[in-house]
Design a protein around this ligand. Structure first.
Ligand code: G4F
Length: 364
């Protein structure tokens, strides 16, 4: 890519037409690509975002924990197919020095800060480490950028969990926050930090207030993946029940591959801003189960058991977002419907488990 861009510049330097030269410089910049850093690149969103940026000609870098580098097969499953096209840097988001070190060595055009302790239930179990990683990690990123490269654009991964006990339906950028978990509180703090760096230092910092977004790459601990894996296991006769917590909670669920495109678009605007990214539809956990089981010809009522062990000390009952600003200003649109999302997750887990059981039978 960069070779093509440089060649184009050299050809145009011989040209006398100033405006075509300017346009071609722009084109060559496009060809050469921008450089982006992603924290949380090994996760669901990080892996989709890295693929999207690579497809746009970006040079993609990621921050990973040092221990992860020692176990690439185990820790890098989502980025294995692109491993030879990205650059990984070992660093800890719990250490300002380690974040600063990367920014003092390499200049980036854009930085996507996705890394966090993102499991809400875990934040009740250990609120201190959730706060520590999520708030300090964000603060370290912002402070190091300000110190070393304040012109680099930064995306902060906010969350609909910031709305918590919702004060307005649907939730939009102006809806007051009322977080209901240490995780939600840590995201509100990250949101405020991000806005403050924008206002105090004129940095281009935007927050995406993303509602739940899932995919076959979702972590096993989240309810959508727990259901899709549970359905696959039941279908293959490996178990005969699926124990879940609050079945009446409602979420606005989209597909992660769609949502990372909104992240990218936020950093291409003339001005930084905050955007709700959602589908505008809400569905209960029960409805997710109904669709997931029917995908394999089963009735969820025969298998799903409500188990208070999975209840949270404080629940976010209903989330539904209004993505109008993202649609109008970013031109963002989702491509997956809710049934398509559920179907893809179930089919993917079923196929993977069938493959594994065939392999197990062959080696047995
Ligand atoms: O899948 P969940 O664990 O996701 P949650 O708590 O909504 O948070 C996710 O989305 C947020 C965006 O709004 C992100 F910021 C956050 O990082 C994360 O990605 O739970 C969804 C709902 C909850 O109401 C939960 O109580 O499902 C309910 N639920 C019912 N049974 C369960 C279970 N959740 C889990 N994880 N496991 C269950 O057995």
């Amino acid at each position: 890519m960069s070779f093509g861009g440089n060649l184009l510049i050299r050809r145009l330097e011989g040209s006398s037409n100033a405006s075509s030269l300017k346009n071609c410089y722009r084109f060559s910049q496009y060809l050469m690509g921008k450089r982006a850093l992603i924290t949380g690149i090994t996760g669901q969103d990080g892996s989709y975002l890295a693929e999207h940026l690579l497809s746009l000609g970006y040079e993609v870098h990621g921050i990973v924990r040092r221990v992860a580098l020692e176990d690439p097969e185990g820790r890098f499953t989502r980025i294995l197919p692109i491993l030879d096209r990205i650059t990984l840097h070992p660093a800890s988001l719990e250490s300002y020095a380690s974040v600063f070190h990367i920014f003092s060595k390499i200049q980036f055009d854009e930085c996507y800060h996705l890394a966090a302790q993102s499991f809400v239930a875990e934040s009740f179990a250990d609120g201190f480490s959730t706060m520590n990683i999520n708030i300090n990690g964000t603060h370290f990123m912002l402070a190091a950028l300000r110190e070393t490269q304040p012109e680099c654009r930064m995306y902060f991964a906010g969350s609909s969990e910031m709305f918590g006990k919702v004060e307005e339906v649907p939730q939009r950028e102006t809806t007051r926050f009322h977080p209901r978990s240490p995780y939600g509180i840590s995201k509100v703090a990250g949101f405020d930090l991000t806005r403050n760096y924008r206002e105090a230092y004129g940095m281009f910092c935007s927050t995406g207030i993303l509602f739940n977004h899932e995919s076959p790459r979702r972590g096993h601990e989240f309810v959508s993946r727990k259901i899709s894996r549970g359905v696959a296991r039941i279908k293959l006769g490996l178990t005969d029940e699926l124990r879940l917590g609050n079945l009446q909670a409602s979420r606005d669920w989209g597909h992660a591959a769609d949502y990372v495109k909104a992240m990218y678009l936020m950093l291409q605007q003339d001005e930084p801003n905050d955007y709700v990214v959602a589908t505008g539809e809400t569905h209960t956990i029960l409805r997710f189960c109904e669709l997931a089981f029917s995908e394999v010809g089963l009735d969820y009522r025969d298998y799903v058991k409500e188990d208070p062990t999975f209840y949270r000390p404080a629940e976010v009952d209903v989330l539904i977002g209004d993505p109008s600003r993202a649609r109008v200003e970013l031109g963002w649109e989702q491509t997956y419907s809710f049934p398509e999302l559920v179907s893809e997750m179930v089919r993917s887990d079923l196929a993977a488990m069938e493959q594994r059981s065939k392999y197990d039978m062959q080696v047995a």
